[in-house]
Design a protein around this ligand. Structure first.
Ligand code: CU
Length: 396
């Protein structure tokens, strides 16, 4: 409501200002020698130079933006196909920049060069086939090449050889967390359905499927370096998007269907942390955190923890109030470390059994308590009857 009032006040102010300028113009009638509504040569020159100034502003701001914020872009890709994605992105950027610099330059140069002049007359012509051909054919050819290269890259990235030795992992999305399921020794994920969600089986895995028996459910994702990891995504509730920026991977998670993505990680977490650009970036972040901590401590708050780099799986679809917090740590291990980590995990079947076993003794205790209460009640009834009988005999 307040914002609506503010908007109304601003609109009324703008109208008032506009009316004031009109009144001001009326008071100036006749006072100046040039009150013509037609632009003079002087007006045209001023407009021409202002347009040139705007062109300079566009160029300078572009260069400034690149220098100031260029380092915020993603650096070295941590997956095999990442190089292909980055290459496609870089080619697109170079094309966009080149076309932008040339067309904007031409646009403003022609506006300036052909600005109005009292001795100059505009040339009229209906159309030019040559010009039309040039500005249709060149962009079409360039775009066609770009799209073909993009399709080639996409097919390469999305192709998963069914016979290839891959690690099968399910990524399960729900508001607002990620869960991962490993296919276990048989490397086949068991069937699952949201209708089967119950107790510790939070992913609705069908435990009657033999393939489900060795599946492992975890909340931290570990993947081995140098091996193809095949992700199958599911969503429990709304559209989510599994986004792993360092691996240049993103795929929507759609309720009711399974989507997939596969890639080969090329740096372990430890190796990626040691890359010079990352060392520099982390040092910079920690310097900012240290400065902020001084400020916080002075205000009586607690200091910030130092930052260490970790790969992340993020949600890249605004899926609800806590969307920003929907993330999971991803750790790239060496194949040996990965094997060791996975071997220490319990299977879902074991987890379900353990949960059931934990429930049973509790039921037993409850039952025992029930029986004790019943015995107590019976004893009390018997005692009461005896007492009444004794009282009756005594009265007699
Ligand atoms: Cu989400």
């Amino acid at each position: 409501m307040t914002s609506l009032l503010v908007i109304i006040v601003l609109v009324l102010l703008a109208v008032a200002l506009w009316q004031l300028t009109k009144i001001f113009d009326l008071t100036q009638v006749g006072s100046s020698s040039d009150d013509s509504q037609v632009a003079s040569d002087n007006d045209n020159n001023i407009q021409g130079y202002i347009m040139f100034g705007f062109l300079a502003f566009i160029y300078i701001f572009t260069i400034y933006g690149l220098l100031k914020w260029g380092n915020l872009a993603l650096h070295t890709p941590a997956s095999e196909h990442g190089l292909l994605v980055d290459n496609l992105m870089n080619i697109t950027w170079v094309l966009i920049f080149t076309v932008q610099v040339i067309t904007q330059g031409l646009l403003y140069w022609f506006s300036f060069k052909n600005r109005g002049h009292k001795d100059r007359k505009a040339l009229f012509f209906a159309d030019s086939n040559k010009l039309e051909a040039i500005w249709s054919i060149i962009p079409s050819v360039v775009l066609a090449c770009l799209i073909l290269y993009g399709l080639y890259a996409w097919n390469n990235i999305m192709f998963v050889d069914k016979d290839e030795d891959v690690v099968e992992i399910e990524l399960y999305a729900q508001q607002f967390k990620w869960t991962a399921r490993y296919a276990g020794n048989d490397n086949v994920l068991g069937k699952a359905n949201v209708r089967l969600i119950e107790g510790v089986n939070t992913l609705g895995v069908d435990m009657s499927d033999p393939n489900s028996q060795d599946d492992i459910v975890v909340s931290e994702l570990h993947i081995p370096k140098g091996k193809k990891v095949h992700f199958k995504m599911r969503s429990q509730d709304v559209l989510h998007s599994a986004y792993m920026p360092h691996f240049r991977a993103q795929m929507n998670c759609v309720p009711g269907m399974v989507t997939e993505f596969a890639f080969v990680p090329t740096y372990t977490t430890a190796e990626y942390r040691e890359l010079p650009f990352m060392v520099e970036k982390v040092a910079h972040i920690n310097k900012l955190r240290a400065e902020k901590s001084v400020e916080l401590v002075a205000k009586g708050g607690t200091a910030l923890d130092p930052y260490t780099f970790d790969y992340l799986l993020l949600c890249n679809k605004i899926c609800g109030a806590s969307h920003y917090n929907m993330q999971m740590k991803v750790v790239v291990d060496t194949p040996e470390e990965y094997k060791k980590w996975l071997s220490e995990k319990t299977t879902l079947a074991q987890d379900i059994k353990a949960a059931a076993a934990a429930e049973k003794p509790a039921e037993g205790v409850e039952g025992a308590a029930d029986t004790t209460a019943k015995i107590k009640d019976t004893v009390k009834a018997v005692v009461d009857t005896v007492k009444a009988a004794v009282a009756k005999v005594a009265m007699k």
